[in-house]
Design a binder for this molecule. Structure first.
Ligand SMILES: Cc1cc2nc3c(=O)[nH]c(=O)nc-3n(C[C@H](O)[C@H](O)[C@H](O)COP(=O)(O)OP(=O)(O)OC[C@H]3O[C@@H](n4cnc5c(N)ncnc54)[C@H](O)[C@@H]3O)c2cc1C
Length: 458
């Protein structure tokens, strides 16, 4: 095909668009794919992530777990063929609680996850039980499923750096992290070798005469070009709704602002081999009496004396001698309009560090004189029930890969593999209907939505 034509045009070279280009070109053999982005690839949201992955997801149904297992299978394949250039590990997600009644909840959650396909449950309730900790690197030969540990001596033996009051742990095993940037660049390079063209520019218009995609208008530094194409994929991340409007489709998504905090753990409070750690109890931040009195006086800050929501989490970042520790805590999730550059609450780093010190008490050593913290982040683009969109749109030849929320790196391969099945007209996996836009047209699904439980967001 000539410069001015393509079999597929993808709007957005974040991890979603890059994975779509990779799966279409490398794994489905589609010859002429054009990836359009007004920014450098992977620089809007996809390089702001905490880069973690998990097959630990709630129902209803097994769609999320099945999709995520497929996505992780694909990540592992990519890891093997590339010599693990994106340094994927399998350290797991370690959920921790100091509330004795949570232990039973952990066990029930592990059993539910097993029923959904996340892998078997192993309960460790005496000191001699054969709990197997995760290695720092690699992912081969590791257990799947969940270890639930309720013996406190076993907890102290393996995780002496966690709060002493910890009474139960849930270690979800098919989980860990990797370098999202390396993964994205690896897929982009393989896709370009198969002829994918990356064009810098902004998708301004999609021509849809007679209700079917015919051409995409892109404006860039060199002027405007029109690419004739029968297929268009909207992978515009936080702007997926705006790009949907170019097709006359109102997409049911919204954005939440999320951030992560990085600081140097120069005292070595958290061992470099530690897993991802999540405190599942609500937290009251530690303050001195003076600080407490000062906060009580301030209308804007008094809420920091109240209990804050559960879910503060963190992990060591970087290999070798890196001292970096990451912390994430989502205590504010109102929908917002995506605006760049993203602005963050100046108090955020301190709040996260104080919250993390509940889980990792050694971090209190940093509270009297805060280390230099680096805060960055972006937007989770979400559907109401926090399940992404991958599949056809109600304009012939138009597709979406969006709403990847806070799990777009881990799900991108599964979501793009699914999208590529639609475009290459292959048979679809059983979980496909759970991610189509037209699920919202089903009255039974609307009823399910009204009674939806856990969205799976940490
Ligand atoms: C703080 C934080 C922590 C996170 N942690 C994790 C994690 O641990 N694990 C995980 O899996 N995920 C995580 N995520 C989520 C993950 O980063 C996102 O789901 C993912 O990056 C979304 O990718 P995307 O390709 O949909 O969007 P983006 O990366 O935003 O890419 C969209 C692209 O579309 C382009 N675009 C938009 N409109 C146009 C247009 N009209 N013309 C041309 N180009 C256009 C933009 O320039 C952009 O490059 C986290 C996110 C945040 C913010």
């Amino acid at each position: 095909m000539s410069e001015a034509t393509a079999e597929v045009v993808i709007c957005g070279a974040g991890i979603g668009g890059v994975a779509a280009a990779y799966h279409l070109s490398v794994r489905r053999g589609i010859g002429s794919v054009v990836l359009v982005d007004e920014r450098s690839p992977l620089t809007l949201t996809s390089d702001k992530s905490a880069e973690c992955y998990r097959n630990w997801w709630p129902g209803p149904g097994d769609a999320m777990v099945a999709l995520m297992n497929r996505s992780i299978d694909l990540l592992e394949e990519l890891g093997r063929e590339s010599g693990n250039v994106f340094r994927m590990n399998r350290r797991g997600y370690l959920f921790a609680t100091a509330q004795p009644d949570q232990a039973g909840r952990y066990l029930r959650a592990a059993e539910e996850a097993a029923a959904l396909g996340a892998g078997p449950v192993r309960l460790h309730r005496s000191p001699g039980d054969d709990y197997r900790p995760a290695p720092a690197d690699g992912y081969d030969g590791q257990p799947v499923g969940t270890d639930v540990i309720t013996d406190r001596s076993l907890i102290r033996r393996h995780f002496p750096y966690l709060a002493e009051e910890t009474v139960a742990l849930l270690h979800a095993r098919r989980c860990g992290w990797f370098s999202g940037q390396q993964l994205g660049m690896y897929m982009l390079e393989r896709a370009r070798e198969k002829g994918v063209r990356l064009i810098e520019g902004r998708v301004e218009r999609v021509e849809t005469p007679g209700g079917r995609v015919a051409a995409v208008k892109v404006s860039g530094r060199d002027g405007t070009r029109v690419i004739a194409t029968p297929r268009f994929v909207n992978a515009a991340g936080p702007f997926v709704r705006d790009v949907g409007r170019l097709l006359g489709v109102d997409l049911p998504v919204f954005c939440e602002r999320h951030s992560k905090v990085a600081f140097n753990d120069t005292l070595g409070v958290v061992p470099r081999h530690a897993p991802m750690m999540i405190w599942t109890d609500p937290v009251r931040l530690p303050w001195s009496d003076d600080e407490r009195a000062e906060l009580a006086e301030s209308n804007a800050l008094r809420h920091l004396l109240e209990e804050l929501p559960a879910g503060v989490h963190g992990r060591p970042e970087g290999g070798g001698d890196s001292p970096v520790m990451l912390g994430v805590w989502t205590y504010e999730t109102s929908p917002v309009e995506p605006r760049f550059p993203v602005e963050f609450d100046p108090a955020h780093a301190e709040i996260v560090l104080r919250g993390l010190s509940r889980l990792l008490p050694g971090l209190t050593a940093y509270l009297s004189r805060l280390p230099k913290c680096f805060v960055d982040g972006g937007y989770y683009t979400k559907t109401r029930e926090n399940r992404f969109l991958s599949g056809p749109l109600p304009v012939e030849g138009a597709y979406i890969l969006g709403g990847l929320s806070g799990y777009g790196l881990m799900s991108s391969n599964g979501a793009a593999d699914l999208l590529a099945d639609y475009i290459a007209e292959r048979s679809l996996p059983h979980y496909a209907p759970a991610f189509r836009l037209d699920r919202y047209d089903d009255p039974a699904y609307q009823t399910l939505l009204d009674n939806w439980g856990d969205s799976g967001q940490l």
